[in-house]
Design a protein around this ligand. Structure first.
Ligand SMILES: Nc1ncnc2c1ncn2[C@@H]1O[C@H](COP(=O)(O)OP(=O)(O)OP(=O)(O)O)[C@@H](O)[C@H]1O
Length: 261
């Protein structure tokens, strides 16, 4: 019988990472990483550069094989039931991935066809998603003509085309101005609240965390804290999540970047 981790309320966890390790040659990038994220939650994967966030995303999305440990998406093992697991997964990678010479519509329609979505349904979903990410007026524009924040919005729409239940975003706001960052975060938080999607949001920016979030703190490939914000703050004996993250990551709070100018 398959072991399935629940969210504590009897429901299957949106994501379960159990005892996962990953090496690049002899370099250990992840060491015995375990955590779960509940359905319909916004979970922040917090870690400084090099903590292992991208490596973890590469394993969850099967870009790399998981050699040690287990990863399940809504109970489906990404190695043994890859099709069922990956169907439920949408992902926005840190690096830009739109085809710059195609229009917004062509970028999205191509992705829809890869997922076997028929042309008519694809058009309906593209229209609805562009509205959701506030980009309806750019349908025919070349991706090349969009700003960084606008490209990110299109990548988010693309990741949602096949209606995933779990969305991963890797440093989605890097390189964007304060307004674009706040707008993209608000769009994603809205998706969790209105559509019940589960989100894993990887960042090194502590100001992207809200009190109601779940957090998983990674340091040098290890989970050093996980839970809701209040529990993580309490477990470190600090007064705020900012101070807790600073303590857990071994850095001075003044080295942290702010949303505030
Ligand atoms: N292809 C690779 N070969 C060797 N080492 C790697 C490779 N990719 C990542 N690493 C190392 O693995 C560790 C984790 O890197 P990873 O990119 O997963 O971290 P990250 O938290 O995503 O950081 P960043 O935010 O800077 O992308 C780092 O020490 C990094 O140098």
């Amino acid at each position: 019988m398959q072991h399935v981790k629940t969210d504590g309320n009897g429901g299957v966890a949106a994501l379960e990472v159990a005892a996962v390790s990953h090496f690049y040659g002899s370099k250990c990038a992840l060491s015995d990483v375990s955590f779960t994220i509940p359905p319909a939650s916004f979970t922040v994967l917090l870690g400084l550069n090099g903590a292992g966030k991208t490596t973890l995303f590469s394993l969850i999305s099967r870009l790399y094989n998981t050699r040690q440990g287990t990863i399940r998406i809504f109970g489906h093992d990404v190695t043994r039931a890859a099709g069922q697991a990956l169907r439920r997964l949408g992902i926005v990678f840190q690096a830009r991935t739109l085809d710059l010479d195609l229009s917004v519509y062509q970028n999205l329609a191509y992705h829809a066809s890869l997922h076997g979505i028929g042309a008519r349904q694809a058009r309906q979903r593209i229209d609805a998603l562009l509205q959701q990410v506030d980009m309806s007026d750019r349908l025919r524009d070349k991706a090349r003509s969009l700003s960084g924040g606008q490209m990110r919005r299109i990548e988010i729409a693309r990741a949602l085309l096949h209606q995933p239940s779990l969305l991963l975003l890797d440093e989605a706001t890097v390189g964007l101005d304060i307004q674009s960052r706040a707008g993209i975060l608000a769009t994603i938080r809205d998706l969790v609240a209105t559509e019940g999607i589960s989100v894993l949001w990887a960042t090194h920016l502590i100001d992207e965390v809200e009190d109601s979030d779940h957090v998983v703190v990674l340091r040098e490939g290890r989970v050093v804290a996980a839970g809701n914000v209040a529990d993580v703050v309490r477990s470190t004996g600090r007064k705020s999540i900012r101070d807790a993250f600073s303590h857990l990551s071994g850095i001075d709070t003044r080295q942290m970047t702010d949303l505030q100018p």
